[in-house]
Design a protein around this ligand. Structure first.
Ligand code: AMP
Ligand code: MG
Length: 327
């Protein structure tokens, strides 16, 4: 049965169509990088500006030298991919001419990732062409971590959504620019700067929101937003104060980082993890926000993660999701 869906996905992609595929990070809207019409559809369907470059997905490191320059970097890149591929690490390298300009928004660099999800890998293995695949959601909105999220937002605009269950990581990949002598994190994700520094045994410039928002295409201050107003709070105590505020008239949802010991308004209380684990929080973040966004609340109050490891990435997504409501 799964094989049939994969054959269908490959057939559609070869015909210049787009297909929604699961990855371990979020669901992706995939197009063959050899199909101009499919690549244009990706931007149209998402409403994504053409200035926002796409990530190119490959089956393994063996595909990289055909599409990007690795001269002088091969040893370092190989060390990295041996440790983290397949997985949620995207590497930015100098692009080769073979990559169409629409994929990279005209930049001379290309972002490459090797996804871990078995379904995505089977499609790559069969089609033997890299796939560009941004998240399968309207531009600027919450990312999709289940096939249902995609159906709800893009359902009628895509010919095939392959259901691969809930995404295991739940937030987008870490993006690492490997072109400078000191590699730099352009977007935080499940793999942290210190994870990378340890593996390559060299310094890594950690993510800086100021640099990324102004100098990295597509890293916008406002992104990943729900329709419902989202307000961030730093500590559990603040959520409790808001919950018990007698003057509050709005219908509010309260999202804790970990399961609170006591919940007075049980129906409106949610948590990103049972025990405060940031990996679990990352996995449930978009799912919970997607559910609450459809539940008719006036406001969602959400506690930030502890700012270590993947918690930095969770807070990055939360900050950008709430930016729409803070001006
Ligand atoms: P996503 O929307 O999760 O697929 O991620 C795409 C993001 O990757 C873009 O918005 C950019 O921020 C980043 N990206 C893609 N290609 C490049 C590149 N060549 N250089 C720097 N960042 C890139
Ligand atoms: Mg996206």
């Amino acid at each position: 049965m799964v094989i049939d869906v994969i054959s269908l996905a490959v057939k559609l992609l070869r015909l210049g169509e787009v297909v929604v595929l699961p990855t371990e990070t979020v669901y992706g809207l995939a197009a063959s990088i050899k199909s101009g019409p499919a690549l244009r559809k990706v931007f149209q369907i998402k409403g994504r500006p053409l200035l926002d470059p796409l990530i190119v997905h490959v089956l393994d490191y063996g595909w990289v030298p055909k599409w990007a320059h690795v001269d002088g970097l091969e040893e370092r890149v190989k060390t990295l991919v041996d440790a983290f591929w397949p997985g949620p690490l995207t590497i930015v390298l100098q692009k080769k001419l073979a990559i169409p300009a629409i994929v990279t928004a005209g930049l001379d660099s290309v972002a490459i990732r090797c996804p871990a999800h078995e379904i995505f890998r089977k499609v790559l293995k069969a089609i033997k062409i890299p796939l560009a695949a941004p998240s399968a959601n309207p531009f600027g909105c919450l990312s999709p971590t289940t096939a249902q999220h995609v159906k709800d937002s893009l359902g009628e605009r895509v010919p095939l959504i392959v259901d691969g269950g809930q995404c295991n990581i739940g937030i987008e990949s870490t993006i690492l620019d490997m072109r400078a002598s000191v590699p730099r994190i352009l977007r935080p994700g499940a793999i942290s700067a210190s994870d990378i520094a340890q593996v390559i045994d060299a310094a890594v410039l950690d993510y800086s929101p100021v640099i990324s928002s102004s100098a990295v295409p597509g890293q916008l201050k406002q992104h990943y937003s729900p329709n419902t107003r989202l307000v961030l709070v730093d500590a559990e105590k603040q959520l409790a104060l808001l919950m018990n505020d007698p003057s509050r008239e709005e219908r509010a949802a309260f999202v804790y980082l970990k399961r609170p010991a006591e919940c007075p308004y049980e129906n409106d209380v949610f948590w990103l993890s049972d025990d405060g684990n940031n990996r679990v929080a990352a996995r449930s973040l978009f799912s919970i926000l997607q559910t609450l966004d459809r539940a008719g609340y006036d406001v969602i109050y959400c506690q930030k993660a502890s700012p270590q490891g993947v918690g930095i990435a969770v807070n990055d997504r939360l900050t950008r999701a709430a930016a729409k409501f803070s001006s």
